[in-house]
Ligand binder design. Structure first.
Ligand code: T5A
Length: 230
């Protein structure tokens, strides 16, 4: 179980999650943002879900290999939750408490979207798992990288090359359209926490959009104002 989260004080690090469909460019942008925050003297780490801690990386292997699918969406949700519990307690919460900024490639919204909205797992179960695994540890900001489905899948296929599609990449187009709509719905429902980033552009342009969103949402933190450098 996750220890109670430290309240977001001036000394606590900020927790920023990156969300979006397959190939939306999260991994590319998260590294760029981390470099930029570290250069601005804000100690920052990058992590990911599923994974990010030793136990969670083992579970990652299980779910992305497709073994989780055989157990059904409820059991798959439990696997993602078990991975999140380990990741939050071992890495995310301690880092934030030390004043480190944590950038996380996917987090609880991925479970809401993939297992909840699209996988049709009962929302009560999804909410209960969230309560147990993350408690009060909500992201300070969630960046939802939005691209048309065809663009994201094309990028994912190009990057993968000859390797086999993973568990979720292998789903059909309507699955990915539902994912996109579910993310946009979360952003509409929680506009204070979420910023939708139009990620159908070159990486420098997307990075500049992310920096602007960061300034707009985390205005209490002094970060440089210029937006041109990616
Ligand atoms: N999942 C996860 C759940 O179902 N429930 C959960 O609770 C959680 C946490 C994780 C899977 O697990 C599911 C969701 C996922 O399906 P993953 O292997 O971690 O899978 O992969 P994803 O998170 O889906 O991320 P991807 O690796 O597919 O894509 P990214 O990180 O969004 O994109 P990125 O940056 O790797 O870019 C993909 C390619 O596009 C290029 C890059 O160079 C790369 O080749 N690219 C661009 N090209 C043109 N213009 C740009 N702006 C570009 N940005 C990147």
């Amino acid at each position: 179980m996750t220890p109670p989260a430290a309240a977001p004080t001036a000394s606590r690090g900020r927790f920023i999650t990156f969300e979006g469909g397959e190939g939306s460019g999260k991994s590319t942008q998260i590294k760029r943002l981390a470099d930029r925050l570290n250069a601005a003297k804000l100690p920052t780490i990058v992590t990911r879900e599923p994974g990010g801690s030793a136990g969670a990386e083992i579970i990652r292997h299980v779910v992305l290999s497709g073994m989780g699918k055989m157990l059904g969406p409820e059991a798959e949700s439990l696997l993602f939750a078990a991975a999140r519990d380990d990741h939050v307690s071992q890495l995310v919460a301690p880092a934030l408490a030390q004043g480190t900024w944590v950038l996380c490639d996917r987090f609880a919204d991925s479970t809401r979207v993939y297992q909840g909205e699209v996988g049709k797992v009962d929302p009560k179960l999804i909410r209960a798992l969230e309560r147990v695994t993350i408690g009060d540890l909500k992201p300070d900001l969630t960046l939802i990288l939005d691209v048309p489905v065809a663009v994201g899948l094309k990028r994912a296929v190009a990057r993968r090359g000859a390797a086999a599609a993973d568990r979720f990449e292998g789903e059909g187009l309507s699955f990915h359209e539902k994912l996109r709509e579910a993310y946009l719905k979360i952003a509409r429902d929680e506009p204070k926490r979420c910023a939708v980033i139009d990620a159908d552009a070159d990486p420098d342009t997307v990075a500049a959009r992310i920096w602007t969103a960061l300034r707009d949402h985390l205005f209490t933190v002094a970060i440089p104002r210029e937006t041109t450098r990616a």
